[in-house]
Every structure is written in structure tokens, then in C-alpha cells.
Design a protein around this ligand. Sequence first.
Ligand code: ATP
Ligand code: NI
Length: 429
Amino acid sequence: MTDTDDILRVNDLSTRFFTEQGQVNAVDELELRIERGEVFGIVGESGSGKSVTARSVIDLIDAPGEIVDGEIWFDDAELAERVREDAPDAVDGSFVDLLSVSSAVRQSLRGTSFSMIFQDPESSFNPSLTVGEQLAEAVEVQRRASANPRSTKAKTDSAEYSFGNLLLSTVLPSQQFVTEESRERAIELLELVGIPDPVERADEYPHEYSGGMLQRAMIAQALAGEPDVLIADEPTTALDVTIQAQILDLLDDLQTETGMTILLITHNLGVVARMCDRVGVMYAGEIVERGTLEDVFDDHVHPYTEGLLGSIPELGGANGQLEPIGGNVPSLLDHEMEDRCHFADRCPMAMEDCLDHPPEFDAAGSEDHTVRCVLATQSYTEREALPPNYFGDAERPAGEKHAEPAHSDGEQPAERTRTTISDSGGESR
Ligand SMILES: Nc1ncnc2c1ncn2[C@@H]1O[C@H](COP(=O)(O)OP(=O)(O)OP(=O)(O)O)[C@@H](O)[C@H]1O
Ligand code: NI
């Protein structure tokens, strides 16, 4: 339908956890499209399903979790060639549905096609091996995979890493087989991520690194296989503000240099504003609004997006105050979820129509701007508003009088008055 250069198209993705408390609908019929070379942000409160979405894409969902439905189309012509014979239904042109290929194929993509960095770098390193050894090992694993003719991605330099070369590998005390080339590449990677004195630092253990330096080393590890898509899950949350800024700059530079695609997960719209090209706002396992930065920051329709914007001091919120969104993140337990807009019980503009689960509507702005909210097609009216105590005693904020309809006729909407979800209605009438 569009001529965009998508690298990833996620359709109808549903991931569940089957727990003793019941079925958790962590990701529900999620739609996502990521363009090659862009930084796409997923933003939302804790528990909205951001990490489960990312882990579903990279195939890191473990029991009791399971991807129960959906398609994850990944654009890779070589992979398409490779799986076409065994799984013709998994191939559409140069796209491959990662949920329809064998787990061996999916696993072969880890590191070379997809790579992930996390909030806590400690979890990515073995404390008893030097950082250099571990990076060299990561390089080695990826090079062996690339040297394999059946691998997804025969890298241009893979000929150098022939079987003969592997036989010449040195055995380190750690029992890892690491070649001199891999070690050199490890040092290059440390240099690439801005670690000073990389030759010396390569021989240090993870505990000798500061938090920020270890975060850099983890990024180096993730880059060892030259991934097409880097998934960064709250990569800076645990760091202090100055270091956070440095790591974001580093990711930004690396993205520019390598052209890789980044899926960036954060609860911070400030980080999104700084890093991303497009963004999806997640709530209760769904993307409730998505589009370009302009769509989401300046032209948003969903009161939840509005609430998130109001909760970030640098971006608004009266006199720089952090204003939390009132009410609680919903339970994602299937038997506690109702078939309505999941945000309705916290929404200052909830109306009768919100008792039906909203589909994705197109909204004004870019072609990509969509929203799961009836305000995309109708204006808020007090006549149709749900009473404040409709969902019980929870302090649902009072209605907002000034909302304009998001026009569906291509006309720009009138300037919307900013609302703050936590503002429980100083102007009630
Ligand atoms: N291993 C698991 N077992 C059971 N439920 C899980 C598991 N992992 C995640 N969930 C549930 O899935 C839902 C989404 O979790 P997820 O970690 O994706 O949220 P998030 O948006 O990344 O939040 P945060 O900002 O806190 O990282 C939550 O309700 C969570 O309890
Ligand atoms: Ni998370």
C-alpha cells in the first residue's frame, strides 16, 4: 500500500502468559511497522507490554509465556531465499514471517539480524571472564555463523574466517576459542563505543567497569554481529542523567554510522523526542497511538498520550511539575479485562462509545498517524460522558469541555486545549 522501505511488519501479534493467577494478555493484536534505518520508539507506563513486545520480536519469550497469534514479517532477501523451499508460506517476496520458520532459523538471526541491549548490563556479562574475552567470543560466534554457507547472512569478510582459521584458534584459559582477529575486533568495538584505552580495558573484568562503561561494553557486544535491528529496552534508565545523555548520543552516532534500525523502548517521552523518528504509545498491551514525532507530540488525539506528555516535566505539565496520570495501570489478566477502551476508567473524556473496544482509526497528520480512540471520529460531549463514578470509586478525572473533534475530512483540527489527566477538574461546572 505504501512505498516505504519497511524492515519489519508486525501484524496482529498477541503474546500471553499462562500464570497461576490466570492468562495475562501482555500484548494484544499489536500492529507495528518499522522502516529500515529509523529509530522507532515504544513508550508507555510500566506494565504496558513494551518489553514483551520487544522480546516477542527477538524470540525471547519463555514459558509460561507464548506468542499465540500474529505475524512478524522481516525483510531479508537472503533469508527469504534460504527458507523458501522448506517453508514457502513463510515467504512473501523478500519478507519472511519469523513466526512461521523453524526455531533453528529464528535463533540463527540472533546477533546478526537482531540484537538486544537491556537496562542492566551486568546480566549480559559473565563476571569471571574479561570484557575483551567476552566480546571476542561474541565476534567469534557471529563470524562462525556468517561463515556457514547456510547462514542467513554471509558477510563480505566471511571468507577470512574459514574452517581452517577456526582450527588455528587459540584456547584461552576460559576455554573459549578466540582468534587473534576476534580479539582485535573486540578492541575495535570497545573503541567504537567510546571506551578509552580499549587495549587495557579489554583485559579488565566487568566489575572493574563503571555502570556507564559497562553499558557501552554491552552495546559493543550487541554490535559484534553487525545486526540490522538493535532493540534497546530502557537502555539508560538505570544511569544518572549525564551518563544517560552520553549513551543516547552514542546510540545516535552508531545509528548514523551503521544505518542500523533501532527499536527503542522507554517510559520517557523526553528520550523519544531526542532519539526517535516515529513512536508508538503503548497501553494495556496495545499501541493506542502512533505516528511521527509531530503527530504524537503536537497532534495527538488519545487522552492517554496527552496524559503521558503532561507527566514529563521538560515537555509540559504546568510549571514544570511532574504530574502523574491518575488511577492505576490496568490488570492484564484476561478475566479482569473488559471489552472496552482499556483506558476509559482513567480517562477524563470517557463517553458511552468507549464501552466498545475501539479499532485503530486514522488521524490527522502524517499518513502513519493512527489512534485507538473514538475521539478520532467524534468530539467529546458532556451529554454522552460517562459519570465520574461509572467505574466505581476510582478517581476518574472530571470531563474536559474543550476537546475538538479530530476531523476525518482532511481538515486540520482546531487547536486542542491541553488537558492533564491527573488534573481532576479545577474547572468543573
Ligand atoms: N514472565 C512473565 N510471567 C508472567 N507475566 C509476565 C511475565 N513477563 C511479563 N509479564 C506481564 O506482561 C505484562 C507486560 O509486561 P512488560 O514487561 O512488557 O511491561 P513493560 O511495559 O516493559 O513495563 P516496564 O516499563 O516496567 O518494563 C505485565 O502485566 C507483566 O506482568
Ligand atoms: Ni519493560
